[in-house]
Write a protein that binds this ligand. Structure first.
Ligand code: MG
Length: 256
């Protein structure tokens, strides 16, 4: 009797394996033929990836317009009179920028080491010394100015180097200038997420509500001068493009 049971169990195991093999043999095919993603050397820590466009490597500010009063020394640049904009323009992109507020914290609220990173020259991710320095929350460091505060305050102490890593999805407009899709931003400050795919309501002025005005597919990276001598270094941008692809058939399951 015991032997019969063992045979029955063995037979069931064989059947299970057979059905498992049948299931394993099936494969879903999306029907989309993808081009192989480009190979990018991520570089060593603190260095730009191989496909980055370097705007400032610590030696000169020739990648920017308006930087006549910005002073380069010791591998960084100190903000001077006048806002600057990159000569190169970008649409969807990844931006890396390092900055340091004044070591000696002077001024209060918006007056303490105020600057800003302007995506496409219009949309400000606030730079401010918000370490133990209160201001309106949608204007503190890491805010999309006047639209959305940072999810958390990840500021380092005054004078310390900090990083912004920004993932930017540019707004789209149709031929008539109507907004087709808004801008989105994801941003990390010192490795901490401070904006998570936030949908912008428009540009980021001080004196009126945000609004979209049609503009081109690309725009410069701007850095604000707000009367405060912040330092910047290691600024680079990567253009973000979809992997080329085409549909070659409808989705299907094969191998059954
Ligand atoms: Mg600002």
């Amino acid at each position: 009797m015991k032997k019969r049971w063992m045979i029955a169990v063995a037979a069931l195991a064989v059947v299970a394996c057979f059905w498992g093999a049948v299931i394993d043999a099936a494969e879903y095919l999306s029907g989309i033929q993808w081009t192989e993603p480009a190979v990018v050397d991520p570089g060593s820590a603190g260095k730009p990836p191989s496909d980055a466009i370097v705007l400032f490597d610590g030696s000169d500010m020739s990648g920017f317009n308006g930087a006549e009063n910005w002073r380069v020394a010791d591998g960084y640049v100190t903000a001077g009179e006048g806002a600057i904009e990159s000569k190169a323009t970008f649409g969807d992109c990844q931006v890396h920028i390092e900055w340091a507020t004044a070591a000696e914290a002077t001024g209060k609220g918006q007056g303490r080491s105020n600057s800003g990173v302007f995506l496409m020259g219009k949309y400000e991710l606030q730079v401010l010394d918000s370490y133990d320095n209160k201001t309106y929350f949608d204007g503190q460091c890491g805010a999309i100015y006047k639209q959305h505060p940072p999810l958390v305050n990840a500021c380092r102490k005054p004078g310390q180097w900090q990083t912004y890593d920004i993932i930017w999805k540019a707004p789209r407009f149709d031929a008539a200038g109507k907004l087709v899709s808004p801008a989105f931003i994801t941003a990390l400050q010192n490795g901490v997420v401070i904006q998570n795919h936030f949908e912008l309501q428009g540009d980021t002025p001080y004196h009126r509500p945000p609004a979209y005005t049609a503009h081109g597919d690309k725009g410069p990276i701007g850095l604000q001068y707000h009367g405060n001598p912040l330092r910047f270094r290691n600024i680079w941008v990567r253009e973000l493009k979809e992997v080329p692809h085409k549909r070659i058939h409808e989705p299907k399951i094969v191998g059954k």
